[in-house]
Write a protein that binds this ligand. Structure first.
Ligand SMILES: Cc1cc2nc3c(=O)[nH]c(=O)nc-3n(C[C@H](O)[C@H](O)[C@H](O)COP(=O)(O)OP(=O)(O)OC[C@H]3O[C@@H](n4cnc5c(N)ncnc54)[C@H](O)[C@@H]3O)c2cc1C
Length: 459
């Protein structure tokens, strides 16, 4: 057991946290609750358990099998999608769903049931999971799939690490002509313009960046980016970023004047143009990964992300209202991203996406003013039947969470009694953990035995 700085991406509470490594003999000496930990790319506190222990999966990261004929890959849960992509490069296979970063683990992708720029076509990551092995504190390892232990399968996909520790998983890949993408960028002048482009587009991938500072006649402008895989000879190597932000500046560099300059100079300079070009997979899927540790630019107090999904009905006006609310609060969002969600049913009980539009806003943490703004955004979202994303969140009220996710009690019923997170404590109000498995000495529990047995299988 070690204690080390283990922040989530928002860096809102930078403290040392107690961590066990999933790949060394597991012998906690306390009777505290645990929570699996991936690579900390969640923004808030859903990957933290400050009263207990994090179980770090990253050392357990082998590819166990790759069927190049059927496109089925089995890997340990701590592998990064970055490493899977390097294995797939040149194979004609690709990950069916990718978020805006490749530095997340397979276990984290399943536990949050992540979505990408192609939700309309492919649904969430969980839709492509064939099976996984789950270690629990109250029973021997469970093999879960849509056919076997299907309730636990659905609860674990999007279950935010609360149903047990995913040890390894098998996923179905998609065939592509290459990892390269033909990217088309089109400027839009308003939310109506965005709606038209989003509703017309049938491309595999589509996403829009919005200039959240633009006012008056420019309000709601942005760039719509769509893409399709195209043939390209040769393999692509996904490298780690060469440039990294070396330290945290004393104040946020992504607000005020720098943000204004960025939005004017870079993002929207191509206004009115429409152009297509071949994009390598890093620049198309993961533009933000080009600079390591860019979250430090938000300064010592960190950042909040607010991601919501709102229904199709009245979406144009609702999106305008959300953008105007952020603007009126005087808090520009550096990265403002809009995507359309389709109707492919999520595999998870608690998955975030539902049909409609999703808006993502990033704010430097300015204390109460930012929290008040986030609550106001929540209120708007709830009033139109939408919901706020829990794995991007660090502060939403229990009322907001439970209204958006009425299934939460079903997840609670299937929670591993030894698992708990800071998010779950806050969003459900469950303080007392009734954990029979914790009554015993930890060294004797099923979870400890299971993890250590799996360790022996490996060597
Ligand atoms: C730049 C950036 C862009 C992003 N873009 C998107 C996007 O487009 N779409 C999207 O959906 N998300 C996006 N995200 C969020 C990110 O993809 C998710 O939060 C992801 O789940 C993080 O995975 P992780 O491996 O870092 O896990 P962590 O953040 O460490 O943990 C995530 C959850 O998974 C659980 N968990 C981790 N490992 C296991 C395991 N082995 N068994 C069981 N549970 C486990 C944890 O308990 C926790 O609840 C983005 C994040 C960043 C920083």
């Amino acid at each position: 057991m070690k204690t080390a700085r283990t922040d989530s991406w928002g860096r809102l509470k930078q403290v040392d946290r107690t961590r066990e490594d999933l790949n060394i003999p597991f012998t906690p000496r306390t009777q505290k609750t645990v929570l699996p930990f991936g690579n900390g790319r969640s923004y808030g506190d859903s990957c933290h358990n400050d009263e207990g222990i994090l179980i770090d999966s990253r050392a357990r990261n082998a590819v166990l099998s790759f069927d190049t004929y059927l496109g089925v890959l089995r890997a340990e849960s701590g592998i990064l999608l970055h490493d899977i992509l390097n294995v797939l490069s040149g194979s004609g296979w690709f990950l069916p769903v990718l978020p805006g970063t490749r530095f997340l683990t397979l276990g984290g992708a399943i536990a949050n049931d992540i979505h990408g720029k192609n939700h309309e076509h492919r649904g969430t990551f969980g839709c492509h999971v064939r099976s996984f092995n789950l270690a629990r504190s109250d029973r021997p390892d469970v093999q879960c799939s849509p056919q076997d232990n299907s309730e636990l399968f659905a609860a674990t996909i999007g279950g935010m690490g609360l149903t047990g520790i995913i040890l390894d998983a098998e996923i179905q890949l998609v065939r592509v002509p290459s990892h390269y993408v033909l990217e088309t960028r089109t400027a839009f002048k308003s939310m109506r313009g965005f709606m038209e482009l989003a509703n017309e587009s049938n491309a595999e991938y589509a996403v829009a960046w919005v200039d959240s500072l633009a006012k008056g006649s420019k309000f709601g402008r942005g760039i719509f980016i769509k893409g399709e895989h195209v043939p390209f000879d040769g393999e692509f190597s996904y490298a780690t970023p060469k440039v990294s932000i070396p330290f945290t500046p004393p104040f946020p560099l992504v607000s005020g004047l720098p943000l204004k300059l960025f939005n004017t100079a870079y993002n929207f300079a191509k206004s009115g143009q429409k152009n297509s070009e071949l994009a390598n997979p890093n620049s198309f899927f993961f533009p933000l990964d080009a600079i390591g540790k860019w979250n430090r630019l938000y300064g010592p107090k960190g950042l909040f992300q607010h991601q919501c999904v709102i229904p199709d009905d009245g979406a144009e006006q609702i999106l305008e209202r959300l953008l105007a609310t952020a603007q009126n609060a005087g808090q520009g969002s550096f990265l403002t991203v809009l995507k359309k969600f389709g109707s492919v049913k999520s595999a998870g009980l608690m998955s975030f996406p539902k049909p409609g539009f999703t808006l993502t806003l990033d704010f430097a943490n300015r204390g109460k003013a930012t929290r008040d703004l986030l609550e106001e955004l929540d209120r708007i979202v709830l009033s139109v039947g939408g919901r706020t994303n829990p794995y991007k969140d660090a502060r939403m009220s229990a009322k907001t969470f439970q209204a958006g996710f009425p299934n939460w009690e079903q997840l609670e019923a299937m929670r591993d009694p030894a698992m708990m997170s800071d998010f779950w404590r806050r969003a459900t109000g469950i303080k007392h953990v009734n954990a029979p498995s914790l009554d015993a000495d930890w060294r004797e529990t099923q979870l400890t035995k299971s993890l250590n047995q799996n360790l022996r299988k490996q060597s």
